[in-house]
Design a protein around this ligand. Structure first.
Ligand code: GLP
Length: 247
């Protein structure tokens, strides 16, 4: 099958959020029981803001939508302000008409983490997202698949690298509070999505974006796996795209 990778260079994160929302609405409205794969981090925040505004203005309804998030910190339960469950509730789910029972995020405090990972992987296999939203870490990670993650990995507990712990420490009171592990959808699970939208904004993502698009497909650059997905769209702003070849 031919791989299609489209790169959209837009002026600002605000323009990207609007364009991605339109794509989501267009795709999900064609499907009876749509599945939307969601990400955390600061990158998708504007998109979630647009989704909320659109919904409040009588736009798209999420009543029939199922969402599947990429990852969760090990050791944080959903009431912890830095858990990804809390993040998603606060920044999106509490403000739209989605049925909370249809929103899925790994349980970071499950007694049996291995069983939780296996359950989550089965969930993704049974409900491959019609669109998966992705951000990218400054070291090229997707979800919490750090450099070196096997491309055939499914959902599992991963150790976070020092650079990711550093990047994410801005959300915590101190770096010591940042969990050292997470449950992350594996690369093979992410690749099950029918289409993928990766958003990269800001200069801190420029190197990772360049590597993803121009480096060889290799496990030391997790996002490079997307070169082999059948339908990927990259939305980048000028700062994130400034290292890309001009042609
Ligand atoms: C975390 C998340 C990723 C996200 C990355 C980048 O590591 N697990 O899904 O893409 O952060 O975050 P930000 O968008 O804040 O730069």
């Amino acid at each position: 099958m031919r791989n299609i990778m489209r790169v959209y260079l837009l002026q600002s994160p605000g323009n990207i959020a609007k364009a991605v929302l339109e794509k989501i609405k267009e795709t999900l409205s064609k499907v009876e029981n749509p599945v939307l794969g969601l990400a955390t981090g600061s990158t998708p925040l504007r998109l979630y803001g647009e989704m909320i505004e659109d919904y409040k203005n009588g736009g798209f309804s999420y009543k029939n939508v199922t969402t599947i998030n990429l990852d969760e910190y090990v050791g944080l339960d959903g009431s912890h302000p830095q858990s990804y469950r809390h993040f998603m509730n606060e920044n999106l789910f509490n403000h739209i008409d989605i049925n909370m029972e249809n929103t899925h995020i790994p349980n970071g405090v499950a007694k049996d983490l291995k069983a939780e990972c296996a359950r989550y992987s089965r969930l993704v296999t049974a409900n491959p997202p019609d669109i998966q939203i992705l951000g990218i870490g400054s070291n090229g990670h997707i979800a919490f698949n750090e450099p070196g993650s096997p491309f055939n990995s499914t959902t599992r507990v991963v150790d976070l690298t020092e650079s990711t712990i550093n990047d994410n420490s801005r959300f915590f009171n101190s770096i010591d509070e940042v969990p050292k592990q997470a449950i992350s959808m594996g690369i093979a699970d992410i690749m099950k999505a029918k289409s993928i939208i990766l958003i990269a904004t800001g200069t801190s993502k420029a190197e990772a974006l360049k590597r993803m698009l121009t480096a060889h497909y290799a496990e030391d650059s997790p996002a490079s796996v997307l070169q082999t997905h059948r339908c990927v769209s990259i939305y980048a702003d000028e700062s994130a795209a400034h290292l890309l070849p001009k042609n």
